[in-house]
Write a protein of this length. Structure first.
Length: 327
C-alpha cells in the first residue's frame, strides 16, 4: 500500500511538472516594441502595467502609469514596480505593539532603512545637513504615505521635505527640515497611534508629527490586519493540538504533495469554496453604524495622539486624503 502511494505521488509529480513547464513557457513575457526606434512597452495605453512576470496583483489592479504625467519614462516606472515586486516577496516582519512593519530593503529606486532606534522607515530625500538647527517632522500613515509603487524621490514626504527646505532657504532662516517617513502598508489610525507612542517611548523627539489618513479605517473590531493568524499562533504555542487540529496542521504542511495538490485542484474545480468568517472580516452590518464607529475611533485616536505629542513637546497635524475607491 505504501509503495502504491509513493508510485502514485511520483506519477502525479511528473504530470504536474510537465504542466508547470508548459504554463511557465506560455507566461513568458516578451515586451512589445512600439517600433524599432523606441523602447519596449511596459504599460497599456490606459496606464495599466503589462504582466512581465514581476507584477503583483495589486500593481495590475491599481497602478496607473498615466498618473505620472510623463514625469518619468516607462522603463523607470517599470523598474520601480520590479523592486516593489521583490519587496513584496520579503513579507512583513513582526514588530511588538503594532504587530508588523515594512521589511528592510536596499534597491536602486526603493529603500527601506532603519532609524537610529531600529524602526523601519522609507527613505526620504532630505538635503544634506548644512544647518546646525534641524526641525524634525515624523510622518505616519498607510501605504499611500509609505509610497507603494513609487520611487523614494516620488513619495509625498520627499516632496514635502523639498518644498519646506526650499522655502526656508529662500527666507534666509538657518534651519533645516528633516522628514522621516513611518508610513506602512495596511496601517490605520489606531495602529499609527500605537506606533507613535512606541516612537516617543524609544526616545524619539520630533518637532512635528503629521498623520495622513482617509483610506484605511481598520477592521470592525479595531484590530490590525493579521490578528486572526497571530491569535491562532499564540493559542498553538500554549495548547497542545487535539487529533483534528493535528491533522489540519499536517495537511497544511503537506500541500506540496502531488496527491494533496490534485485534491485541492478538484475541490476548487468541482465545489464552490467559500471563506469562513473571522475577526479580520470587514464590517457586514449597517454601514451607517460602521461610519459612526470609524468617526468615534478616529476622534479618540486624535485625542490620544495630540495629548502624547504635547507631553513630549511636539505639535501634531491631522490630514484626510481623497479615497480613490469612494463610491
Amino acid at each position: 500500500m505504501v509503495v502504491l502511494v509513493i508510485l502514485l505521488n511520483l506519477f502525479l509529480e511528473f504530470a504536474f511538472f510537465l504542466n508547470d513547464q508548459v504554463t511557465a513557457k506560455n507566461n513568458v513575457f516578451v515586451p512589445e516594441a512600439i517600433n524599432e526606434f523606441e523602447s519596449y512597452r511596459l504599460f497599456e495605453s490606459n496606464g495599466m502595467p503589462l504582466d512581465n512576470g514581476k507584477r503583483t496583483t495589486y500593481q495590475l489592479k491599481w497602478f496607473d502609469y498615466t498618473a505620472y504625467e510623463q514625469i518619468v519614462d516607462e522603463r523607470y516606472a517599470g523598474a520601480v514596480l520590479d523592486e516593489f515586486f521583490e519587496l513584496a516577496k520579503l513579507g512583513f516582519p513582526y514588530q511588538p505593539w503594532v504587530q508588523f512593519a515594512e521589511p528592510s530593503y536596499n534597491g536602486k529606486h526603493v529603500n527601506v532603512d532603519c532609524d537610529s532606534k531600529g524602526f523601519p522607515i522609507r527613505r526620504t530625500l532630505n538635503p544634506q545637513k548644512e544647518q546646525s538647527s534641524v526641525f524634525r517632522v515624523f510622518i505616519l500613515g498607510g501605504s499611500t504615505t509609505f509610497g507603494y509603487n513609487v520611487s523614494d524621490g516620488h513619495t509625498w514626504p520627499s516632496f514635502l521635505s523639498d518644498i519646506l527646505n526650499q522655502r526656508l532657504g529662500s527666507s534666509g532662516k538657518k534651519v533645516q527640515v528633516e522628514v522621516m517617513n513611518y508610513g506602512r502598508g495596511f496601517y490605520f489610525p489606531s495602529q499609527e497611534t500605537a506606533l507613535l507612542i512606541d516612537l516617543f517611548r524609544s526616545g524619539h523627539r520630533p518637532n512635528l508629527v503629521i498623520f495622513m489618513d482617509g483610506v484605511n479605517w481598520g477592521e470592525k473590531q479595531d484590530i490590525p490586519q493579521y490578528s486572526k493568524k497571530i491569535e491562532r499562533a499564540i493559542h498553538d504555542l500554549q495548547v497542545a493540538p487535539n487529533l483534528i487540529e493535528s491533522l489540519k496542521l499536517l495537511k497544511n504542511n503537506l500541500q506540496w504533495m502531488p496527491m494533496l495538490r490534485l485534491a485541492g485542484l478538484m475541490k476548487h474545480r468541482f465545489f464552490k469554496v467559500t471563506s469562513q468568517p473571522g475577526i479580520d472580516d470587514k464590517w457586514d452590518g449597517d454601514q451607517s453604524d460602521f461610519a459612526k464607529n470609524v468617526v468615534v475611533r478616529f476622534r479618540e485616536n486624535r485625542k490620544i495622539a495630540a495629548q502624547i505629542s504635547a507631553l513630549y513637546g511636539a505639535k501634531v497635524l491631522f490630514f484626510l486624503q481623497p479615497d480613490a475607491t469612494y463610491n
